[in-house]
Design a protein around this ligand. Structure first.
Ligand SMILES: NC(=O)c1ccc[n+]([C@@H]2O[C@H](COP(=O)([O-])OP(=O)(O)OC[C@H]3O[C@@H](n4cnc5c(N)ncnc54)[C@H](O)[C@@H]3O)[C@@H](O)[C@H]2O)c1
Length: 282
């Protein structure tokens, strides 16, 4: 890993999982950090840990659905550090269900966090990053579910296809204005994190816990697929090692699980061949 002394790194979804490990790695490499999350307890504990290790850390507790709060976070970050070298738009959540049964409120929540939250980060940070006129990077966390469809989590898949494609458009537009900012998209398959516990921080106003669908065998079986897969995922330290290595090489599509590469090329071949998607047994 390169030396990040004198560099500023901002991360959303920093309190757990991939964001937390990114924060630890960049702190160890000397960066000044700006960390945001909805999870105040875990974020405070991380800030304390990193400050005890000698890092300079600014933190903010807010929901990425809240654009004024994201704007304030960006303003405080630029004010504290003068410039932003890396911005990780990383916060994300997951849900499961069939398209025809899943409550519509799940769609609103997923798309608001995983898509509009990413747009909020771009709108709040990128103008300042363009204006500073330095080589710097916006890194959006999509998923392998932004490149391949799985039938368990339709809103998640749709949100991750959206965040991947909007990152492509962002990079094209940055090229179009001759900016020194580059965009990158991270596409992990399963990583051992807290993603399957994301309901714990869901704003109750976005959620009808009594919706009968949540008591069906179908919903429980789909949730079990998510929770059952997490312990078999890539350790978060390994995923983050790949993310940092590829970022430092300038890679646009950062893939952490090469075993899926044949499926990605197979998907493209299937599209041009007009082939129906194949159902994989759960
Ligand atoms: N873990 C995986 O298998 C996996 C695979 C592919 C992509 N991803 C993506 O990686 C990113 C990071 O997730 P993770 O796996 O580290 O999960 P995680 O749950 O361990 O970490 C996500 C963090 O985002 C925060 N967060 C959630 N909603 C928020 C909101 N509305 N506003 C602010 N913060 C919020 C959570 O509190 C948490 O700290 C997500 O975008 C996720 O979709 C994860």
């Amino acid at each position: 890993m390169q030396d990040y002394h004198g560099k500023a790194v901002a991360i959303t979804g920093a309190a757990n999982g991939i964001g937390q490990e990114l924060a630890r790695r960049f702190a160890a490499a000397g960066a000044q950090l700006a960390l945001a999350d909805i999870d105040a307890d875990h974020l405070d504990a991380l800030v304390k840990e990193l400050e005890e290790g000698g890092a300079q850390v600014l933190s903010a507790v807010f929901d990425v659905r809240d654009y004024p709060a994201m704007e304030a976070f960006a303003r405080e970050t630029f004010a504290a550090y003068g410039s932003v070298d890396l911005f990780f738009n990383n916060a994300g959540v997951i849900s499961v269900g069939t398209v025809w049964e899943q409550p519509l409120s799940d769609w609103d929540w997923l798309l608001d966090v995983n898509v509009k939250g990413v747009v909020h980060g771009i709108k709040a940070f990128v103008p300042g990053m363009i204006a500073q006129d330095l080589p710097c990077h916006v890194v959006n966390t999509s998923s392998i579910a932004g490149l391949l469809t799985v039938e368990n989590s339709p809103a998640y898949v749709a949100s991750k296809f959206a965040s991947l494609s909007l990152t492509e458009v962002l990079d094209l537009q940055l090229q179009g204005v001759g900016s020194k900012v580059t965009a990158h998209v991270v596409c992990p398959a399963v990583v051992q994190t807290d993603l399957d516990n994301c309901l714990r921080h869901r704003d109750p106003s976005t959620y009808d816990a009594d919706d009968p669908y949540y008591r069906t065998d179908d919903y429980r079986a789909r949730m079990a697929v998510v929770t059952g897969s997490m312990p078999h995922g890539l350790p978060v330290v390994d995923a983050v090692e790949t993310i940092i290595t590829e970022l430092e090489k300038g890679t646009f599509y950062i893939l952490t699980h090469p075993a899926y590469n044949p499926a990605i090329t197979g998907r493209v071949a299937g599209i041009v061949g007009g082939v129906r998607p194949t159902l994989v047994a759960r």
